[in-house]
Design a protein around this ligand. Structure first.
Ligand SMILES: Nc1ncnc2c1ncn2[C@@H]1O[C@H](COP(=O)(O)OP(=O)(O)OP(=O)(O)O)[C@@H](O)[C@H]1O
Ligand SMILES: [Mg+2]
Length: 240
């Protein structure tokens, strides 16, 4: 069966150029992410993990190579067109939560939805925001401000915010980096459940225990993918 990839990177390289120095952050990366996948990206500090995630999330452009999302070539689009595709397809979760402390949890989650679908009625916004908050079991905190919540709770709000637009993929950079191990485990259990319910996830993590939650484990070293330990259904079938 020839399944269509959700995202496909072909021969992607990223070079950061300064006047007197070039840094090759990514070298000839080839990878594909399919619907329902749970991908982890691991590797030492500075090996290119965040650069790769920024390119996957259309926050940054590669120096060379091609990027396809649902078979559409996006590398050569204008910044505005890329932003539109990003809003439509990508949900981000960052290590530092990146919530806005001046507005309520509800408004934080509603913000990307209003940006993405400005014509949505207040009733429909309310429905989708509350659905998202229920998925992370935080509906009872919708009137709080983010800084009135624990770190684990803030990360769950950030996950609700990433989910609200029903993105094609969640991109997650060190989701447990600012959490103690108990809250880290809770956030990981939540991501596991979302993946079991069909959400596609690509997660950067330093922690090998958390990388083990993924079915496809990529290891980066000096901007190169070392190996690809894949445990998806078709691989398991082939092994039988
Ligand atoms: N804006 C930039 N300008 C120049 N060099 C950069 C820039 N961003 C990253 N780099 C360099 O590119 C390489 C990869 O950086 P990247 O942030 O992707 O690493 P990382 O694997 O995410 O590291 P960490 O685990 O510490 O977060 C590093 O050598 C870094 O110094
Ligand atoms: Mg990083």
């Amino acid at each position: 069966m020839n399944k269509q990839a959700l995202i496909e990177l072909k021969n992607i390289s990223k070079v950061y150029s300064k006047i007197d120095m070039e840094t090759h952050a990514l070298r000839d990366i080839n990878m594909a992410i399919y619907e329902g996948d749970y991908v982890s990206i691991s590797g030492p500090s500075g090996c290119g993990k965040s650069t790769l995630l920024s390119i996957l999330g259309l926050l940054d452009t590669p120096t060379t190579g091609s990027y396809l999302i649902k078979d559409e070539q996006v590398a050569n689009l204008t910044a505005d067109d890329r932003a539109e595709i990003r809003n439509l397809h990508i949900g981000f979760i960052f290590q530092a939560f990146n919530l806005i402390d001046e507005i309520s949890v509800y408004d934080n989650v509603a913000l990307p939805l209003k940006y993405r679908e400005p014509k949505l009625s207040a009733k429909e916004v309310n429905k989708q925001v509350m659905e998202s908050l229920e998925k992370v079991e935080m509906q009872h905190r919708c009137s709080h401000k983010p800084n009135q919540l624990s770190g684990g709770q803030q990360q769950r709000i950030a996950i609700a915010r990433a989910l609200v637009g029903k993105p094609s993929i969640l991109l997650v950079d060190e989701p447990t980096g600012n959490l103690d191990s108990k809250n880290g485990d809770l956030v990981m259990a939540l991501l596991d459940n979302l993946n079991k319910a069909g959400t596609t996830i690509c997660m950067v993590t330093h922690d090998p225990r958390y990388a083990d939650h993924a079915s496809i484990k990529l290891n980066l070293l000096d901007g190169v993918i070392l190996d690809d330990i894949t445990l998806n259904d078709s691989t398991l079938q082939e092994a039988v």
